[in-house]
Unconditional design. Structure first.
Length: 379
């Protein structure tokens, strides 16, 4: 056997005995084998874990779960009522048939619920919300309290999309845009921040109509009475669906003339009434009016936090559409007077991006129209 030598200052060191050499070699082999086995075990566990995660379908995930549906208004409001109808029928269309529960989170002009959904709510598909439809516009104009990026939300769909209208009484004699630009027309409004004010005021500032807006009425019923008394000649911001449900006699007897509609496209029954954005006299004016009109597109939207897994979002979107077309849901929706048209999540996603891509100069001009200052109050 070869004898090993170690040259040192003191001379030649004594070589290790043969059995020590074998022991050292065996120890190295054992360590290497242990490392190999540990690496193999870790790889196998990671592979199994990955395969297990990939194998979990939406049905497997949602089964036995409770999904919270956040409403950004108090109980009894229109968003809350619509959500409580939805949760009765949507579970059977979601894979795994989870339970849905409405949780109210009013406050901060809808910003409390919106910010919670964006930054604090679970991102696994067990929470989604119904929020005010103007969150993209609110973000674009730098609205107070907006701590979110609307592009990152997981948009599921929207119910109740119905174009808004601006109308006057037939006895006013106003029938066209040219008529609106010739003489003062008195309209009732609830306040300067409401649709009853914003749309007519936008037409005044952008295309030169002569609407005189009397703000301070408590709601549509009070404005209706003012119209019937001859105190005002019309109003803006009421949905076409609401007119059909609440004032069908006005339409049947042609008591009112609808001058324009606010929405993404001309609605059935209003095919001959121009969209507000179509009244713009150049592309810049049309862009401003389109921007101001954009919240109408969303109806009452439903959306989940950012980064919900794609397969679960797809399942929620499909379940939403199936619910909107569910015969039992439609029966209850009609009984409660809910608007029936709906929008898909993909449509909402596209529209949000368009709103937030609006040129800054147009946004600034729109802000001036949307925050015009004080208006006269009714006597």
């Amino acid at each position: 056997m070869q004898i090993l030598h170690d040259q040192t200052k003191e001379g030649i060191a004594e070589a290790p005995t043969p059995h020590v050499i074998y022991k050292e070699k065996n120890s190295e082999e054992l360590v290497m084998r242990g490392i190999f086995r540990l690496s193999w075990t870790i790889t196998a566990l990671l592979t199994c874990s990955s395969q297990s995660l990939k194998a979990e379908t939406p049905a497997e995930f949602f089964r036995g779960k409770t999904i919270s549906v956040i409403a950004s208004t108090a109980a009894g409001g229109p968003y809350d009522v619509a959500a409580r109808v939805l949760i009765q029928f949507m579970p059977k269309h979601i894979p795994g048939n989870p339970t849905l529960v409405v949780r109210n989170m009013p406050g901060g002009g809808h910003m409390r619920a919106t910010n919670y959904l964006y930054s604090q709510a679970p991102k696994d598909g067990t929470t989604f919300a119904t929020l005010v439809n103007s969150i993209a516009v609110h973000q674009a104009v730098g609205g107070a309290g907006a701590m979110y990026d609307a592009r990152r939300f997981s948009w599921i769909g929207a119910i109740g999309q119905s174009n808004l209208t601006v109308y006057v009484t037939a006895r006013s004699g106003i029938k066209s845009i040219a008529d609106m630009q010739k003489r003062e027309i008195v309209l009732g409004a609830t306040g300067v921040g409401s649709g009853t004010f914003i749309y007519a005021n936008a037409l005044n500032q952008i295309i030169g109509t002569k609407f005189k807006l009397i703000a301070g009425y408590q709601g549509y019923p009070e404005i209706d009475m003012a119209i019937e008394r001859g105190e005002v000649e019309g109003m803006g911001g009421r949905s076409w669906r609401a007119l059909l449900q609440e004032r069908p006699e006005w339409l049947e007897k042609k008591t009112i003339t609808i001058l324009t509609q606010v929405g993404p496209k001309r609605e059935k029954g209003l095919e001959n009434v121009p969209l507000m954005e179509e009244l713009g006299q150049n592309e810049q004016q049309k862009q401003i009016l389109r921007f101001i009109s954009s919240p109408t597109n969303a109806g009452r939207p439903y959306l989940a936090p950012p980064d919900v897994p794609a397969d679960r979002l797809k399942a929620l979107r499909a379940a939403f559409v199936a619910t909107m077309e569910d015969k039992d849901y439609l029966v209850d929706a009609v009984k409660l007077g809910l608007d029936l048209p709906y929008r898909t999540g993909a449509e909402l996603e596209t529209e949000v991006i368009e709103v937030l891509n609006t040129p800054p100069v147009l946004i600034e001009q729109a802000k001036a129209v949307m925050d015009p200052g004080e208006a006269p109050v009714p006597k």
